[in-house]
Design a protein around this ligand. Sequence first.
Ligand code: KG4
Length: 335
Amino acid sequence: MKILAVESSCDETAVAVVEDGRHVLSDAIASQVDIHALYGGVVPEIASRKHVEVIAALAEQALREAGCTRKDIDAVAVTYAPGLIGAVLVGLSFAKSLAFALGVPLIPVHHVRGHIAANYLAFPELEPPFLALAISGGNTLIVDVRDYTDMEILGATRDDAAGECFDKAARVLGLPYPGGKPMDELAQGSSGGVYHLPQAHVDGAELDMSFSGLKTAVVNLAHHAQQVGEPLDRAALARDFAQAVSDALVPRVMEAARRSGRKVIAAAGGVAANSLIRRDLEQACAQAGCRLYLPPLRLCGDNGAMIGAQGYYEYQAGHTAGMDLNAYATRDIGE
Ligand code: KG4
């Protein structure tokens, strides 16, 4: 079954053709990062307009690169939530029109389910059940993936997402948007241990996380150093910050594994590209006897192929939508 998949929830327009949920025939992406970098973050209105400009040509490119024509497409999958509402609407409207014109089913895909499904593309042997640590610019979740379309949130951030926190910290360190990758690179120049950064705990919900205090602490540290003219060890701060984020994530996902009895963990989302978090996950999983799946870096960030992968399993479960499908800025992964 060939699915044409559309993703436009943030600042990447992406269209892919995926066969049977596991084989990527094409994966076309148009990134808007350079434009948003001028503003230090994603400007939603600009994101929507850029999606409109490129999406039709990108779909043609995806078909061409897959060696397909429109007639070969059996269904259209699309991110319908969560994301920047105007941005999601562009991809959704395009996908609806295409499914209608081709007379094929329309499959709604939750963006974070897509991130998790990126693992199916990289690891043919991976099947549910497993635990997923989904860490991206907009979401930070520990998810029990009971089956391909049956998921339960075990832990979540109460405020900022881990990626958002990386991006804000990077900004005060003078790094370009999106800041996760440059922060990661800067951190590699230090062994850290210089700055004491806070760790948050949510009473009665030990698997939940909070990153806003950590973000504020880095902002305050940087501003204070600037005001009193103290030199800032930027590499050490980047390293200590990454360690603080990892210390918030890794022990919690391991605790979730202990509580749920799951022995397989898969990472997902842009922040799963972080070298320190990957290293800490590897060490913790080795120690706990868990099998760890870390998707290759190109599948961590937003892409269309992951929507095609999840779309296949949504279709198998009978999850298709009519032309009244709406876009949602927020939506529980379990819905
Ligand atoms: O998954 P993604 O591409 O988009 C969303 O669905 O949100 O994630 C983007 C986020 C950004 O916040 C970016 O700074 C972060 O992933 N990121 C990283 C790294 N690479 C990307 N964060 C930490 N370390 C990295 N190496």
